[in-house]
Design a protein around this ligand. Structure first.
Ligand SMILES: *[C@@H]1O[C@H](CO)[C@@H](O)[C@H](O)[C@H]1NC(C)=O
Ligand SMILES: *[C@@H]1O[C@H](CO)[C@@H](O)[C@H](O)[C@H]1NC(C)=O
Ligand SMILES: *[C@@H]1O[C@H](CO)[C@@H](O)[C@H](O)[C@H]1NC(C)=O
Ligand SMILES: *[C@@H]1O[C@H](CO)[C@@H](O)[C@H](O)[C@H]1NC(C)=O
Length: 456
């Protein structure tokens, strides 16, 4: 009797649970469809020469872009629940909670950071309240409020107002997806409530393929923070220098930041670059990859020579670069590949090891720091290949130290302080030319190399 009752109860419970999920999912899609359309209308009706949300250039590019390219991110509609947001740059100055969060990404083919349009959604605002929040009403009584960077308590000491507008027009725009959390929860990355919707009629049907949650939830193996067995770190500071001759050495840095940004393509990029370097004579031990929170095999590997490490500790990356640079006769070419979400001043976002959605100094690798690390490098040549946005900021940082960087060549994916070139452009082109010679001349054909021109 008892097992039968249990069985029936289980069926009933799971039936009603799945019913509820269906209803929520369906309601969410309906609501997010309405919000997305209204937000899209708002964007294409912007007067680009008279608005403060985007730069004029971004505004024009967004308006030109076809609606079917716009990618939609949103939070599920959960009755009685409110959401807060955290942006990597900093938390909102005021802790507001809202019925929903919507993000339209007009430029999903480009890497982060790039301008996006983010909105708070509130259902029961009256007109005066909506107006006071600089929002606009849509059918169904929802008030959409464009989130502007002015709401943030900017935690970017490097950005002087002059630099912001003159050198770095994008500094005022929202350029990273926020971490969205429920009011009664803490903002933690593993619980991000924002996700990409591929079923909104009229909008982009392709969402990034994310790594399995089990993989991105894992806390990076960090002997300081955990008692876990992190064997490969014990020897990690040993240099890989040969005693007989200088070798080519490579360091691949793909910070990833969080689950949303470290999608499968980022892992494929470092794997492809690694394969390419092996094909061109790099020795396995001399290619070290710092990837996000470290992929599965790195965590399980007992091998001290595991090629993948977590990108969560900046000091490890910097130490390794400095070690390779400091030792005479160690390195012929030091090849540094960079493929991370990027701030307009060239800083790479590493993994959010603190898991709170906001970066601190230990979670970003700035352009200045990188240049300091390769300054007076004793290798014959340092090649920095920045397949990420705002590469020009690296060049600017290098120019401030030219004498110390005579043997450094920087390849960037785009000119100026731009974000608008295709994601992973350099990597993709290198893969196409995979069987050709991998020499500087070839790099020059696929990348912009300001330093090369300036130095020669
Ligand atoms: C856009 O704004 C500019 C500057 O305020 C104004 O001169 C222009 O007439 C506006 N354009 C439209 C279509 O409203
Ligand atoms: C937008 O894309 C759709 C589908 O790809 C196409 O049918 C439509 O003509 C495009 N519209 C514009 C204005 O380019
Ligand atoms: C609108 O709502 C706010 C608070 O939510 C309230 O203070 C205000 O009186 C309301 N205004 C009107 C006209 O109902
Ligand atoms: C990128 O921006 C530059 C100006 O900064 C513009 O000239 C160029 O057309 C843009 N490229 C694309 C693909 O939109």
């Amino acid at each position: 009797m008892f097992p039968v009752l249990y069985f029936i109860l289980t069926i009933l419970i799971s039936y009603s649970l799945s019913q509820n999920e269906d209803i929520n999912e369906k309601d969410s899609v309906i609501a997010i469809t309405r919000w997305s359309l209204a937000a899209y209308e708002w964007i294409i009706n912007l007067n680009c020469s008279d608005q403060s949300y985007f730069t004029e250039e971004t505004c024009l590019l967004a308006k030109e872009n076809n609606q079917t390219n716009y990618r939609v991110y949103g939070s599920e509609l959960v009755p009685g629940q409110k959401y807060g947001v955290v942006f990597p740059e900093s938390e909102s100055k005021y802790k507001h909670f809202h019925d929903g969060v919507l993000v339209l990404d007009p430029f999903p083919e480009t890497s982060f950071g790039h301008p996006i349009a983010a909105f708070y959604v509130d259902i029961n605002f009256n007109t005066s309240k909506c107006d006071s929040m600089k929002g606009f009403f849509i059918e169904g009584n929802a008030c959409l409020q464009p989130i502007s960077r002015n709401y943030f308590n900017m935690n970017m000491r490097n950005y002087r107002p002059k630099m912001r507008s003159a050198i770095c027009p994008n500094c005022g725009e929202v350029i990273f997806l926020p971490l969205v959390y429920l009011q009664n929860e803490h903002p933690i990355q593993n619980n991000d409530r924002l996700h990409c919707f591929s079923t909104i009629p009229g909008f982009n049907k392709a969402c990034p393929q994310l790594r399995p949650k089990s993989e991105t939830d894992r806390i990076p193996c960090d002997p300081i923070l955990t008692n876990r067995n992190c064997r490969f770190f014990e020897t990690h500071l040993q240099h890989q220098c040969s005693t007989v001759m200088a070798c080519d050495q490579a360091i691949l840095i793909s910070g990833g930041w969080n689950r949303q940004f470290s999608d499968i393509s980022t892992l494929n990029n470092v794997r492809n670059i690694r394969r390419l370097l092996l094909l061109h004579g790099y020795v396995e031990e001399n290619i070290v990859t710092y990837y996000a929170n470290g992929p599965e095999e790195a965590q399980n590997s007992e091998e001290v020579t595991s090629p993948y490490r977590s990108a969560s500790m900046k000091s490890r990356i910097r130490n390794q670069i400095r070690t390779l640079c400091d030792i005479d006769q160690c390195t012929d070419t030091l090849f540094i590949y960079m493929n991370s979400p990027t701030r307009p001043d060239g800083a790479s976002l590493l993994w959010d090891s603190f898991n709170n959605g906001v970066y601190d100094d230990a979670e970003i690798y700035t352009a200045k720091e990188l240049m300091r690390d390769v300054a007076y490098c004793k290798s014959n040549r340092v090649v920095i290949m920045a397949d990420q946005n705002y590469g020009e900021a690296l060049v600017a940082a290098a120019e401030a130290k030219l004498l110390a960087l005579e043997n450094v060549i920087i390849f960037t994916a785009n000119e100026y302080f731009n974000w608008n070139t295709t994601k992973d452009r350099i990597t993709k082109q290198l893969m196409k030319a995979e069987n050709g010679d991998l020499c500087l001349q070839d790099f020059k054909n696929v990348c912009k190399s300001q330093m090369l021109e300036k130095l020669s």
